[in-house]
Design a protein. Sequence first.
Length: 526
Amino acid sequence: MTKHIENDKNELFVWPWKGVVANIPVQWKNGRYIGESGSKFRNELIERGYNPIRVHPLWNYRGHTGYAIVEFKNDWIGLSDALRFEKDYEAIRQGKSDYFRAEERGDRLYCWAARDDDYNLRNAVGDYLRKNSDLKTIIGYQEEEEIKNGKLVASLSNTVEAQDMRLKEMETKYKETSISFNTLITEKDEMVISFNEEREKLQKKAHSHLEQILQERDRMKSELEVKRNKLNQQEEELKEREAQNENEIIKLVKLRNEQNEKAIEEQRRVDEKVLKLAEDHRREKESLQRRTVELEKKLDAKQALELEIKRLTGKLQVVKHMGDDEDDSVPEKLRAIDQELKDKEEELEYLDALNQNLIVKERRCNDELQEARKELIDIFKEHISRAHIGVKRMGELDSTAFIPAAKRKFLGDNVEVKAVELCTQWDSYLRDANWHPFQVVSVDGGKTYKTILNEEDQKLKKLKKGLGEEAYEAVTRALMEMNEYNPSGRYIVPELWNKTDQRRATLEEGISVLMKQWSALKRKRR
């Protein structure tokens, strides 16, 4: 077949390669000629190994012409199939020359490869070939293929070179990325080590502090236990004295006559001791009265009552000491003071209960006021926006404060977008619970404390230097609002706000505005 192609190099073939099928059986039916479809003959050719793409029957106004065109692949394999197709039919005397020489063709098919003479025919075959094909010599086709292959090879070479360059760039980027990644891994490991060391230090410090607290608690517990035992012992002794009091009086009556001189001497010592105790009691009483006068200016009824109980307790102790010196009037004084002390304690318990009830009622009222405030805030958010009382989102950043910084840092029409991006970035910083740019300072000589911004905080200093005073003021204002209204959660809290005075609005102000709005709406409906 290769030799045959060599012989036909200068012949003009129809391209894409095609074959002609002639003498296809037809029948006259319903006023026109009909014949078999091309797909059946194509399948037969495929089975015989000619590999056609399709078989196209030729028709005209009278129907099937008895001719068909076989289309082969438009490459060297297709040319080989077309020539082999032609040779095989020539071998069985059903080629092109046989078709034109035969006087009696019968129902045999005649097939050959389409050339220039078929292309120039003035019939259905020529019309179809001229419309759908060109003429090419094998040499011309070979030259075109060589040019195409050369271009393809050049294109592939360029592609390979480009891919090689891209591969080298990717290798370079990979090396750079690997170095950067290794650096990041090293930095991360160092940060983890530093974090673990710092955490270990904090844990040790916390553990040491906890141990100190526990030791202090144990010490105080021991001291309280000693005091409690001492008080219990004194209570038992007092009970024993009360039980033995009557017997002791009888014994004293019996002994008084026998120990008259001793009693006189003892009485003298008792008198001296009583005078001393009385003087001490007088001084303590005066001191206590002075303290009472000072405290009465600051304390309420409960505190004054507690002070009275302490005073009576001190007096009771003095009288108890006096009772040890065998004064007959001491037991009566002791009972009177003890009864007064019990009365005061009952009154104190009553005041405690009353105070607790008042605290509960106050908390309940506060809860109800807070619920009413929340409801009022919801109403203002949904229905009222133009009044001097409105809802302010405490801790919210104003993006317009970042526009001057965005104009300085960025050029073009996207200044507002950049301002929003800066605002969003600092809003995320505000919600970071780990960032705490505050410090507590004492005021009024250490009597009270207040929380202020730490102006030496590095992030705030960087903000002021990089974005300017407007952004700094907006961020610090939002920080203080967030620290005041929600220091633990660090999220925005709606608040009823007096826009005129720039302060937190009272519930009365909000209700007043709401009533005015309601009255105006009512008049409109009328």
